[in-house]
Design a protein around this ligand. Structure first.
Ligand code: 5AD
Ligand code: SF4
Length: 456
């Protein structure tokens, strides 16, 4: 969500004739787009804002903007703590940024804009800005917000307070934004929302599976992904979409948070481990190779050894393809902050480590089973390793992703030529030959590339 918002901000500022810079030290305008989901993210914001104090002293004309969830939550308190901030931009005020910058330049006084609205129209007009307004238009993957906010109020989560109530965008505006992206070269789109499964329900719009079917028809688009799904709202129709829509990637992120029914109840998640496991089974019935990833919180208030064992057991049962796990942290305002029986830091750390150890094992075994298999890979560009190599190097390592969202690297065959830009966005078959903990390595099955010139 924040990456998407940052992209929107970039587009707007490019329209205002600002250019991105590789070093913020020389910038005229610094926008810090923040996340409040966990305590660690907020600490990072504060330490970065502290570093900006010296820059403002050297250059009084520098404009510093704090955007995102920390801005929404802290409002004026941010300026009290960091007087060098010029604009505090709440999550619903993103599209006012150009006007606020003009205002700050004239008034020379800070502005705090954290009003929330029930409308999403501003996003619609800005979402459809031409792709060429963005310097990042060479990307082959794009994000599109389909809804914002959340009405679920999980007891640990700050999102409903900082992003507001759930509001969905109209399907025709989403489709036209994706068409614009495709026109600018995008091949893969990720539909974004805090809980895409409840898309359109409140407004009586198209259902989420129907929206996926509409997006599936867009010419020139190759792949569709979406995040994130709430297990309680994962419908039969959506599960079936994995078997029906050819562009829908073979991956779902389905945050489970805990394997203990007692803790799920305290979290207000509104599903049980049994109903979660049932949905996993149905997904695998429809699409046996589907990659399933999840989020887990360890050390939720009152989590006993037995509760944690239940989580471990669920991981062993599901064998997730990927897992993001976090130590529980108190967030301002949310109910769980007031719960007693907080878990001490050492236990949270211990549980997190044992969970990661187990997951590393699961992934390593899963990856081994992929050796020798062939996957269509969407080429994204040069690999991370390649970017660190010196330019005199003769071979080029390329990076792409399978439909299951696994990263695959491979050496570009010499007869393909070295024009990586013409390879980006193509889907080619790769045979997996080596397995690493976070990626796969393979070789192209030859004579695949025919589009865009460079190869035959
Ligand atoms: N403490 C720890 N993790 C949290 N998450 C959300 N709120 C908290 C919190 N207070 C995690 C959840 C969610 C992910 C985005 O962040 O696992 O799915
Ligand atoms: Fe937060 Fe997701 Fe729960 Fe909404 S559904 S409150 S975003 S964890």
């Amino acid at each position: 969500m924040n990456v998407y918002d940052s992209g929107q901000i970039l587009k707007m500022m490019h329209c205002e004739n600002y250019k991105s810079t590789s070093s913020f030290v020389t910038a005229d305008l610094i926008i810090v787009n923040t996340c409040a989901i966990r305590e660690k993210a907020v600490q990072k914001v504060y330490s970065f804002l502290g570093r900006l104090r010296g820059l403002k002293k050297k250059n009084a004309d520098l404009i510093i903007v704090v955007a995102g969830c920390v801005a929404q939550q802290q409002g004026i308190k941010l300026v009290e703590r960091f007087p060098h901030i010029d604009i505090v931009l709440g999550t619903h005020a993103v599209y006012q940024l150009p006007d606020l910058i003009h205002e700050v330049k004239i008034k020379r006084h800070f502005i705090v804009e954290t009003k929330m609205s029930d409308h999403i129209d501003e996003m619609d007009s800005a979402g459809n800005m031409p792709a060429q307004a963005s310097e990042a238009s060479s990307e082959i993957s794009g994000f599109v917000t389909i809804m914002r906010g959340c009405d679920n109020y999980c007891t640990y989560c700050v999102v409903p307070y900082v992003r507001g109530r759930e509001v969905s965008r109209k399907p025709e505006l989403i489709v036209s934004e994706i068409e614009n992206l495709v026109h600018g070269g995008v091949k893969e789109v990720t539909l974004l929302g805090q809980n895409v499964n409840s898309y359109g329900v409140k407004e009586g719009l198209t259902s989420f599976p129907d929206l996926l079917a509409l997006v599936n028809k867009i010419k020139g688009l190759d792949r569709i992904r979406f995040v994130t799904s709430h297990p309680k709202d994962l419908s039969k129709q959506l599960i079936e979409a994995f078997g029906k829509l050819d562009k829908l990637c073979n991956h779902i992120h389905l945050p489970v948070q805990s394997g203990s029914n007692r803790i799920l109840k305290k979290m207000n998640r509104k599903y049980t481990r049994e109903s979660y496991l049932e949905k996993i089974e149905k997904l695998r019935d429809v699409s046996p190779q589907i990659a399933i990833t999840t989020d887990i919180i360890v050390g939720f208030p009152g989590e006993t050894d037995y509760d944690f064992e239940q989580t471990i057991d669920l991981i062993k049962t599901v064998r997730f393809d990927g897992l993001y796990a976090f130590e529980y942290s108190d967030r301002p305002e949310v109910p769980a902050t007031r719960f007693s029986d907080k878990i001490v830091s050492d236990i949270k750390k211990e549980r997190l480590q044992s969970l990661f150890k187990l997951q590393a094992n699961v992934v390593s075994k899963k990856h081994q089973s992929l050796e020798g298999r062939i996957f269509p890979v969407l080429i994204e560009g040069t690999s991370k390793k390649q970017q660190k190599k010196n330019s005199a190097s003769t071979s080029i390592e390329i990076c792409g992703r399978t439909s299951e969202n696994r990263i695959v690297n491979f050496d570009c065959p010499s007869h393909w030529g070295l024009d990586i830009d013409s390879l980006k966005g193509q889907i080619i078959d790769i045979k997996i030959e080596k397995i690493f903990s976070n990626s796969l390595w393979g070789v192209p099955i030859d004579k695949q590339i025919s589009k865009a010139g460079a190869l035959n």
